[in-house]
Design a protein. Structure first.
Length: 420
């Protein structure tokens, strides 16, 4: 099957998976749902057609294995997730799984066996929609799963442990899902960019340099609520005015720091009446950068600015760290190999960080990782309007095919050395 044919097949399968949903008229496929069971079943058939043996592990990850020359070699993993957000686009996650299957199909069609096994994994949960806990599938694989999460309940009151059992998994055996890092050679993930950079640069694919670290903070300004008509402007302790000044400072910090993105995504002004000066405002900040030191410096600077603004305006400021995750640099060796493969098909190769989190970030804790982004129309994602062109999928498959073969022919020695 030609690369063009494989790309067309991927697009057909994307459409087929896009019809497997737990909500009528929109695409929603959450952890351990009947829709996920149906998706795993269908993708498992496609894995088998590509020459893989298929199993579903204790947490619901779908795994297809294509053996190497000897049958007992170390493993290189290709993967992404099969779950979605609510009212999702159809490419986020499944594109990576189906592109990986296409690459194995290429090996199988040409009767190519490598000096290592390849596994294609459709992770059971990356988005964290059902239980508000992300990366469940890859965390189990990496030995990072928090067993306290099994007690979490969904909106229907069903615990995660119950859901896993009903799905055919086994919450008592999640530790058995964990992989031995010494048996892994690496992990590579194809994913839509979820941003506008590649489209702006007129590039079908791009090489990911790192997965950005992230800091989430809740900031509270507390002033004094008062009558909007009787309190003079110079005597006010307006929490919302302080928050507004701070929001502009957040934007300025993002604009003034190369590679940094800083977002105020939520704001709650209380008491929330048109004729009352806001006495309390709570807002969220999301700060991301691929270099942790830069992110930490920006975060500290913003905390200091928030305090200064509060002091100047006579309001108090409270700073609550909600979430923090370190950046994950992609493997230099794997990224170089991926870049070399890309240059076989492109005049210019774009390298860019990922501002979004991915299963690759979790897998990076136990094995070298690489990522290939595919251009998406308008940078739109987590939206039914999510769109990818078949020609870009063709380029992604061609690049990944050459990348995988290069590992087999040349670069596998550095991987073995790194994991020895």
């Amino acid at each position: 099957m030609s690369t063009n044919d494989l790309a067309m097949k991927v697009m057909e399968r994307i459409d087929a998976l896009g019809r497997i949903s737990e909500e009528l008229g929109k695409l929603t496929r959450t952890f351990c749902s009947p829709a996920m069971r149906q998706a795993n079943k269908q993708v498992g058939v496609w894995m088998q057609e590509a020459g893989m043996t298929v199993l579903q592990d204790a947490i619901g990850n779908l795994i297809g294995r294509y053996p190497g020359k000897e049958g007992h070699e170390k493993t290189f993993i290709l993967g992404s997730h099969l779950d979605t957000v609510r009212d999702a686009g159809k490419f986020d996650g499944p594109l990576g799984v189906l592109t990986a299957i296409a690459c194995v199909q290429h090996l199988h069609d040409n009767k190519v066996k490598l000096p290592f096994a390849i596994e294609v994994i459709g992770f059971a949960d990356e988005e964290g929609v059902r239980y508000q806990s992300t990366y469940l599938g890859s965390k189990a694989l990496a030995g990072k799963f928090n067993e306290q999460d099994l007690k979490r309940t969904d909106v229907q009151g069903v615990s995660m442990a119950e859901a896993i059992k009903k799905f055919g998994g086994d919450p008592e055996k999640l530790k058995e899902v964990r992989r031995d890092p010494q048996q892994l050679l690496g992990y590579a993930e194809v994913h839509i960019e979820q941003g506008p950079v590649l489209e702006q640069k007129h590039q079908p694919v791009g090489i990911v340099s790192a997965i950005a670290g992230q800091t989430r903070v809740n900031v509270q300004f507390t002033g004094l609520a008062g009558h909007a008509g009787t309190t003079p402007m110079n005597l006010r302790k307006d929490a919302l005015a302080a928050a507004a000044e701070f929001i502009v400072a957040v934007e300025s910090t993002g604009l003034g720091t190369p590679g940094l993105v800083a977002t105020v995504g939520q704001i709650d002004a209380r008491p929330g009446a048109s004729n009352v000066i806001p006495g309390t405002v709570i807002l969220s900040i999301d700060i991301r950068h691929q270099v942790d030191a830069t992110r930490d410096s920006a975060t500290a600077r913003l905390q200091d600015l928030a305090g200064q603004i509060g002091y100047k305006r006579g309001v108090t400021m409270d700073w609550e760290l909600v979430h923090e995750v370190q950046s994950v640099p992609c493997s230099r060796d794997l990224t170089a190999a991926l870049g070399k493969a890309a240059r076989q098909h492109l005049v210019e190769v774009t390298e860019l960080p990922s501002g979004a989190g991915h299963d690759a970030a979790v897998m990076g804790e136990i094995t070298p990782v690489a990522m290939l982004f595919v251009r998406c129309k308008g940078g739109i994602s987590h939206n039914p309007a999510e769109s990818v062109e078949v020609d870009d999928v063709r380029v992604a498959i061609a690049v990944m095919n050459d990348f995988i073969l290069s590992l087999g022919h040349q670069n596998i020695q550095f991987l073995r050395k790194k994991n020895a």
